[in-house]
Design a protein around this ligand. Sequence first.
Ligand code: CAA
Length: 382
Amino acid sequence: MNFDLSEDVELMRSHVRDFAQAEIASVAPLLDKYPEFPWKSLRKMGEMGLLGMLTPEAYGGSGLDTLTYVVMLEEISAADASHGTIMSVTNGLPQSMLLEHGTPVQKDTYLPKLASGEWIGSFCLSEPHCGSDAVAMKTKAEKVEGGYKLSGTKAWITSGSEAQVYLVMAKTDPQAGARGVSCFIVEKGTKGMIFGKPEEKMGQHAAITTTVIFDDCFVADEQLLGKEGQGFVYAMTSLDSGRIGIAAQALGIARAAFEAARDYADERIAFGKPIRENQGISFKLADMATQLEAARLLTYKAAWLKDRGYRVTQEASMAKLFSSEASAKITHAAIQILGAYGYSKDYPVERYFRDARVTEIYEGTSEIQRVVIARQIYRDLA
Ligand code: CAA
């Protein structure tokens, strides 16, 4: 039985599922083989309001809640994980940061374009030498007349070179640790901003990932987001939302793998009966279904609490940790159930397995999620 969502959400889910299966799942194998940023389907997702789901209608967004957002993100990701990543990053990180900390002018300038999907947003925190230890970043923003000069290299940037707006964390006070980081809004095309070539990755090939290099890149004072020295905290709070999105994405990939395995186990005959009648297969399916359900409930709970204004640092990390690890297990088991077909590119499950893997790495590795959860356990006692 499904979680008891409102009729409106169920209707929207069914509409988004039909669209995703017809227009995204059908192109996913091709995009995997010949990687290309999926502008055509992103434009349609923009028209459907899926790229500005949490942004208020006043800024051209859908003004929906986080629970509705994760339900739709699961649907998109079940069709193709790359679309899920692009959707999750542009909704969950740049738009949420602009909404939370932007000036009226910054909001008016960027949110309508991002929410409509005309522009895609990107988030620049990691660097070649630091992902988990984000405070160790070397990118600097030196104060000059009328603005700042950015210099440094950001790595593993989702939608790098394709996105038009980049929220860039850089040190304005290198001696001040986390409190010396500020956040800047940088538009593609700004002089001194250079993109690396797309990374060759194990999966999620259409979610183009590049380095972004800042070579004495001037940004005006007006491009500082919020207050100087607050950029790290802004990045961390937006990752609290972003991680709920990755949990939903991992869930979508896992569901697609589970459904493929469930159907195959019903159709495939071995020793005179469908293989699902063998305990070796049925117990696997039972474990997969249970993990899916638990991942969904943790994801929904984090979203539900966020919608009620609670700080969700711990719940978001728990949802991402569990859902991404469940997705790895479920996609692994799906290949086992399909046997040689699971290992073949004729079926999508090998792609699901490759696509799921990075959900345990980006927006904070599983190890970082455990660090965050463990710290919160003691913070809650204090
Ligand atoms: N909410 C609010 N404030 C927070 C916070 C949160 N969730 N997490 C940290 N902070 C605040 C702290 O309170 C602290 O503030 P004070 O200076 O006032 O004390 C400040 O931020 C520094 O925090 P920590 O001392 O905890 O910092 P740390 O160096 O120990 O790092 C960490 C903490 C949790 C390990 C953090 O570095 C982290 O999350 N690392 C992983 C980074 C990450 O997820 N990167 C993903 C890259 S983006 C990506 O993948 C996107 C994509 O394109 C797909």
